[in-house]
Design a protein around this ligand. Structure first.
Ligand code: FES
Length: 149
């Protein structure tokens, strides 16, 4: 039996083909719909989750890569970095339409786990692949910078 840990809970995976993208396991099998589908080809970042604390594109990563590992999604209420980011996201009124924001937040949390005080350039570089059609990039930069002060 294969299993994964999602947001601190253990899930056994029955009858799920091993090439199913993590995104669809989260959304369709586990009913965790906070992680969003954007492009489906690894280009937009809307589907970002952490796999053992590393940001990945869940739309283009098969579930077999997550067997026995820890997935962190936007629905994690206990994650220290995500909670600190949520406060600053509200403080700086970051979201507009909001669609990309779960991926933005999770990607930012992954950055802060590996580098708790990133420079402006490091934030810009780490967040580079997460697309926001509303153009909230400056607010995202401000919010992440505020967490890492
Ligand atoms: Fe996965 Fe766009 S939906 S990167």
């Amino acid at each position: 039996m294969n299993y994964i840990f999602v947001d601190e809970k253990r899930f056994e995976l029955k009858d799920i083909p091993q090439d199913t993208p993590i995104l669809w396991v989260l959304r369709d099998y586990l009913d965790l719909t906070g992680t969003k589908f954007g492009c489906g080809v690894g280009m937009c970042g809307a589907c970002t989750v952490l796999l053992d604390n590393q940001a990945i594109r869940s739309c283009s990563t098969p579930i077999s890569k997550a067997y026995g590992k820890k997935i962190t999604t936007i629905e994690n209420k206990e994650d220290k970095e995500l909670n600190a980011l949520r406060i600053q996201w509200r403080e700086h009124d970051v979201a507009q339409c909001g669609y990309c924001q779960s991926g933005q937040l999770v990607n930012a949390a992954g950055l802060l786990k590996s580098n708790s005080k990133p420079s402006k350039d490091e934030i810009i570089s780490a967040m580079d692949g997460n697309i926001c059609r509303c153009g909230t990039y400056n607010k995202i930069l401000t919010a992440i910078s505020s967490v890492s002060k």
